[in-house]
Design a protein around this ligand. Structure first.
Ligand code: FAD
Length: 322
């Protein structure tokens, strides 16, 4: 039986979280004794992007190159993926947990009569049944979910699996599908582009500032460090509430949830509501002048110091290394 992996892309570039889903699919296939790992991507994608799915572990990549599918219209994506799933004769769909992924997966679960587990952090335990470990309560606990349906959908949490980079070249095959007009009834006419070149939810490195920065006029320090690191910028909730930064940069329980390899928090206290949005980060660096700031408990590395002294030095040091 094959495993199908649904690939998301942003502005033509395949998302890292989707490549992680491909690597998960490959590891799952190896665990279950082999079988094809087929990746499917919908809409217009930049040249060369789809070959990344091969190095991440896919044996084959199917591209539905229909421009109407480029915008993430949920119904149309669900219908397209369901058709491809039947075509390849898969019994498992793997995808990255994301807003679009969640919406598509829920519809597919109904269409395919499949059991769906979201926020998956590990390969299933198949020693007795099919038990899947998933992250719950914004990363504070794990739950084991037993899936007993023939068809299964697993939405993998960002940064939960290692990205495979040594897979073989995969053949990319373009396929045509007939998707009903009704699936395109929702018309996405405007997408809100975030400030900066790097989209915050997808960023591999994030530099975030809090109230400790004292005012919007000091944000050049955050942007300077972010530029040197190739990072997106974020902020705490009060910072966006006061209007120092736009709301789409607000990170936390009530804002954007990020899962970068590196999260740098500057002048942010580390309230639980902020941590809920960053605790999937691989490494956290905290810069705060208060050694008792709660964020230090969640940090991998901490600098106790005044942001106004530390940031310019850190930015210069990184510039010098480069
Ligand atoms: P502060 O708590 O004021 O902390 C500022 C920090 O900067 C302090 O630790 C201080 O030591 C440090 N500092 C000051 N000067 C300097 C300096 N010169 N150099 C270095 N460090 C310095 N918050 C979020 O961020 N995201 C959310 O999604 C979110 N959701 C919430 C939902 C609810 C229902 C509620 C009740 C609250 C929520 N909050 C959220 C707010 C949260 O509880 C905190 O109030 C908020 O995160 C604090 O922001 P802050 O750390 O920027 O500010």
């Amino acid at each position: 039986m094959s495993i199908l992996v649904y690939i998301e892309h942003a502005e033509g570039a395949v998302k890292k979280s989707s490549l992680e889903a491909v690597s998960y699919g490959k590891a799952l296939s190896d665990k279950l004794g082999g079988g094809d790992v087929v990746a499917v991507a919908l809409g217009t994608i930049a040249e060369g992007e789809l070959s990344k799915a091969g190095t991440a572990g896919a044996s084959k990549v199917l591209h539905v190159n229909d421009d109407k599918l480029t915008a993430g219209i949920i119904q149309a994506h669900a219908e397209a993926v369901a058709q491809v799933y039947m075509k390849v004769g898969a019994n498992t769909l793997v995808l990255a947990k994301s807003s679009l992924g969640d919406a598509v997966a829920a519809r597919l679960a109904v269409k395919l009569n499949a059991g769906l587990v979201s926020n998956v952090v590990d390969l299933p335990d198949t020693s007795s049944g099919y038990q899947v470990k998933r992250s719950i309560y914004t990363g504070k606990a794990f739950a084991e979910t037993t899936v007993s349906t023939e068809h299964k959908i697993l939405a993998v949490k960002k940064n939960a699996v290692d990205l495979k980079t040594d897979g073989a070249e995969a053949a990319v095959e373009t396929i045509d599908l007939s998707i009903s007009d009704a699936s395109f009834a929702t018309n996405i006419t405007l997408t809100d582009k975030a400030t900066g070149d790097i989209l915050l939810p997808e960023a591999d490195i994030v530099v975030s500032g809090g109230r400790g920065l004292k005012g919007p006029e000091n944000w050049g320090m955050i942007e300077g460090l972010a530029k040197e690191l190739g990072a997106a910028t974020g902020c705490s909730k009060p910072v966006s509430d006061i209007g120092w930064r736009p709301h789409h940069e607000h990170v936390g329980q009530t804002g954007v949830k990020v899962a970068p390899t590196l999260y740098v928090a500057v002048g942010i206290s580390g309230a639980i509501q902020h941590l809920a949005g960053v605790n999937s980060s691989k490494y956290i660096v905290v810069i705060n002048k208060d050694p008792e700031a709660p964020f230090f408990k969640a940090a991998d590395y901490g600098i106790v110091g005044d942001a106004f002294e530390v940031l310019p030095k850190l930015t210069e040091a990184i510039k010098a290394i480069k």
